[in-house]
Design a protein around this ligand. Sequence first.
Ligand SMILES: *Cc1c(COP(=O)(O)O)cnc(C)c1O
Length: 388
Amino acid sequence: MTQRELFTPDRLFCPGPTPVPRAVAQAGVDAGSSIYHRSDEFYKVFRRAAELLKPLFGTTESPLILASSGTGAMEAAVVNLTAPGDAVVVVKAGKFGERWEKLTKAYECKVEVIAVAAGKAVSPADVLAAVERQKDTRAVLLQANETSTGVAMPVALVARELRSKGYKGLIIVDAISSLGAHVMRQDEWDVDAVVAGSQKGFGLPPGLAFVSLTKKAWGQLSRRPRFYFDLERERKGQAEGRSAWTPASTLVFSLREALEQIDAIGAEGFAAHHAQLARAARAAAKALKLELFAGAAPSDALTVFSVPAAVDGQKLVKRLRQRFGMFFAGGQDELKGKIVRFAHLGFVSRFDLIDGLAALEFALHEEGYPLSLGSGVAAAMQSLASTP
Ligand SMILES: *Cc1c(COP(=O)(O)O)cnc(C)c1O
């Protein structure tokens, strides 16, 4: 063990996986290694977890719990709600919008892409225009948070714009990096499908994904071959706590624990905590004269800084990791070296946030960026102190 590892053990500040609270990890361990998933005891845990998911999605329907990463739930939504040849509109504002595009193309949909500049949010009017260009649009697919750029998309406004102008098709939202950090009101906004994943806002390790359909959407399943992700089949069994296939049992125990903790303050309270941390991170950026990459529509799940011209962004992220054990994320593809992504998603405290900011300041300082050490931390603390 190096001196660095001894005094600064690894910590996660990347947008997934996020830190796992001790009690959440322990719940999986306590469940033991001999769980029988076809037992009343397990069904009870499963049903409780599904029940506790509802307020996070803002729905009265039971979200389904799948054993996969988030992308599996995205695929499940596409497979169960579209058919080959269906016209769909995809909002592409980064890597994850691109994933919707690739997925719907792989499943032979006719895909119209709305390309949005990196760091910008989609305009509801542009989505409406795309839908009106294709009269038979079956589905609109977008992210609630584009994690690759740190942008929060105006999901409620997009849905309202579409519905108020008579759009009857489906709205499918990848809220994988948004749920928990931002309020979702699936039923109220009339969003047909919402997808989430365990290693983002839920404070769990990777391995579970969630997909939630409204009552209306359940009546609009498509006809196409499917098997593992046959949601109709899952729905029948999961109503009793019985997943179609072997569930990721230990993670389901951890999930229930995490959701009980969130339930103690409520979905709104959990989101408000994220908003508070995000405001503090933005205040720190301002004090450090770091530009916010998604300045016009910043997410409350992560804050994305533009790397100052004189600093090597890749070296900065590497330094944070190797020297301080702080796992931030850099940019991908054309954003490589240009941005630093600092997540405050899930079970992150104000003190975690301050530690992350302090590490960022140290690393910037060592990379030669002129700053007064502690100025970002001070601004964050001021911000936290002014919002109870
Ligand atoms: C992380 C993420 C995904 C992918 O989830 P996996 O669990 O890696 O499959 C999809 N969409 C968004 C917005 C994400 O943040």
